[in-house]
Design a protein around this ligand. Sequence first.
Ligand code: 5GP
Ligand code: ZN
Length: 110
Amino acid sequence: MSANCIFCKIVKGAIPSMKLAETELSYAFLDIGPIARGHALIIPKHHSEKMHELPDEYLRDILPIAKKIALASGAENYNILQNNGRIAHQEVPHVHFHYIPKPSASDSEG
Ligand code: 5GP
Ligand code: ZN
């Protein structure tokens, strides 16, 4: 845990979040500034700034959660996005994977 890290505070429950899933090693929640409906973040409970600094056990835990969220959301089209470093558009310096559904025309029908 890192004392000033927003995502460490979310893991601890010190900052509220809309939880989607949780395991011993990971936590998934809705993004506060979604670029699409259902935009989620999956983060390790361990504080590492960048993906290559994260222990493998945490890394291995994350994609199955992304898979469950994708299956549960039923989105046919989506992006998994992961930024490392300011120049690569990482704003929060705690590893996170974005799950971003891409609505199709048929998603908005009905
Ligand atoms: P990055 O640009 O670092 O890859 O993405 C950081 C993401 O974290 C952004 O999409 C932003 O909306 C989200 N975010 C930042 N602060 C908070 C917060 O306090 N709560 C939640 N749920 N999302 C946050
Ligand atoms: Zn952190």
